[in-house]
Design a protein around this ligand. Structure first.
Ligand SMILES: Nc1ncnc2c1ncn2[C@@H]1O[C@H](COP(=O)(O)OP(=O)(O)OP(=O)(O)O)[C@@H](O)[C@H]1O
Length: 254
């Protein structure tokens, strides 16, 4: 369970820092820009949640709190009963994160070496690491391709390597930030199909996207952010009317 309570995040500010060493933009009078304001959300294990919203609405900022990449200015984020900041390793083990443009995040030249990187840092035995890598690659249909160079894979295959890397940590929740960006339709369908398989196997999915085509039919829940606040939190079926008023791309219907 991921529990977000009254979370506020500001970038920048009078000290010129946002905790990541990034200078902030203006917005609150003291030089701070409020990216999230009083956000509360409970994400149960196994749920497929779609997080949508316009550019700049705060989606990436929110999910970066789930595994401690950012720290709250106000409020708390608790994963499985433990505040994220109290045990970053536990949070990063339980919440796997796949970022937009995964090619910037690979740490090794070949598929299996990259997927093994996370488990290696957990200090697991070689046997357990190999088992996890094999299982993660099988889950994204890349079994037997561990020795291939990542830079020779297609965008969709690279996305699946990134997902495998997160899966090898054996997370309860997999968070994907715009995983379909830059993918053509077959690759998009393939990645989505693998996500659905994973959810069927018990992994919770948090899918950050502003493109809702195909995904809403499969999701348990749709949360929409607008200007750093929760504008909608509902099962997709009952959200259809509200979507008309929100700045996101609706699913196309025949
Ligand atoms: N490192 C940063 N420094 C300063 N401001 C930032 C930083 N990162 C994000 N912001 C600002 O915080 C707000 C929320 O950004 P965020 O990236 O979370 O939105 P988003 O919904 O994920 O957008 P997108 O769909 O474009 O990825 C925006 O106004 C953005 O300009």
């Amino acid at each position: 369970m991921i529990e977000v309570s009254c979370l506020t995040h500001r970038y920048g500010g009078s000290d010129g820092s946002d905790g990541n060493g990034v200078s902030g933009s203006d917005g609150d009078g003291d030089g701070a820009a409020t990216a999230l304001r009083d956000v509360s959300l409970r994400i149960p294990d196994g749920e497929f949640l779609v997080l949508a919203g316009a550019n700049g609405s705060g989606k990436s900022t929110l999910v970066r709190h789930f595994n401690g990449l950012l720290s709250p200015d106000e409020g708390t984020v608790v994963v499985d009963g433990t505040p994220v900041g109290d045990d970053l390793v536990a949070a990063r083990t339980r919440v796997g994160m796949v970022f937009q443009e995964p090619r910037d995040c690979f740490v090794a030249a070949t598929v299996a070496r990259d997927v093994a990187f996370g488990p290696e840092n957990l200090g697991l035995s070689r046997e357990e690491i190999d088992r996890r890598v094999a299982r993660a690659l099988a889950a994204v249909n890349l079994a037997g391709r561990g020795d291939e160079r990542i830079d020779r894979l297609s965008g969709g295959e690279q996305e699946r390597v990134a997902i495998a890397g997160a899966l090898a940590m054996d997370p309860d929740h997999l968070v994907l930030d715009e995983p379909f960006a830059g993918l053509d339709e077959p690759a998009r369908e393939s990645v989505l199909a693998h996500l659905l398989d994973l959810q069927e196997g018990g992994t919770g999915i948090v899918l950050v996207t502003h493109d809702l085509r195909d995904v809403l039919d499969h999701a348990d829940r749709l949360v929409v952010l607008a200007d750093g606040e929760v504008a909608l939190d509902a099962p997709p079926a009952s959200a259809a009317d509200a979507l008309d008023d929100l700045p996101i791309r609706r699913p196309e219907r025949c």
